[in-house]
Design a protein around this ligand. Structure first.
Ligand code: TYD
Length: 138
């Protein structure tokens, strides 16, 4: 599962905008971890993994980043280039991120603490995992 949300944003005439989201109201998981990726040059590709349980919201406060999302059946590209747009990504979604502009910043708020055993870093393993969860009715 993944979906795009509009992040609450308060605009002022001369002092810019303030955007915010909080657990339960805007994202239906409790946020336990924040991380952000910065200092990345254009055309760099990161990600190339899926998660078993982790839920996340991604947003790009500066720049432009293509997020390639693969649920094991369909592939879609969502461009994050607007600080008021959030992309919620649930479990079992293979993602790759491509930087379109130098020094774009990717921020992530996540449901769980860092746990390498929650990662699926091999694409064939991901495809098998998706088939398995579908057959189990999960
Ligand atoms: P990774 O999630 O693979 O980044 P990306 O998807 O952008 O390529 O993480 C990169 C490295 O950072 C990896 O060695 C794991 C480590 N890491 C942490 O230690 N804690 C964290 O919260 C995250 C997200 C990554």
């Amino acid at each position: 599962m993944y979906k795009i949300i509009n992040i609450n944003t308060i605009k002022t005439e001369k002092e810019g905008e303030l955007s915010f989201f909080q657990s339960n109201d805007d994202v239906d998981f409790v946020i336990n971890r924040i991380y952000y990726i910065h200092g990345v040059k254009k055309n760099t590709k990161r990600g190339k993994h899926a998660h078993k349980k982790l839920q996340q919201i991604l947003f790009c406060p500066y720049g432009s980043i293509d997020i390639i999302l693969d649920d094991g059946y369909d592939v879609r590209v969502i461009t994050l280039d607007n600080p008021t747009i959030g992309l919620i990504i649930g479990p079992a979604i293979w993602r790759e991120m491509i930087w379109k502009v130098d020094d774009s910043v990717l921020c992530v708020a996540a449901s769980l603490l860092y746990d390498e055993s929650d990662y699926i870093r091999d694409y064939n393993e991901f495809k098998n995992y998706v088939k398995g969860t579908k057959n189990n009715g999960d």
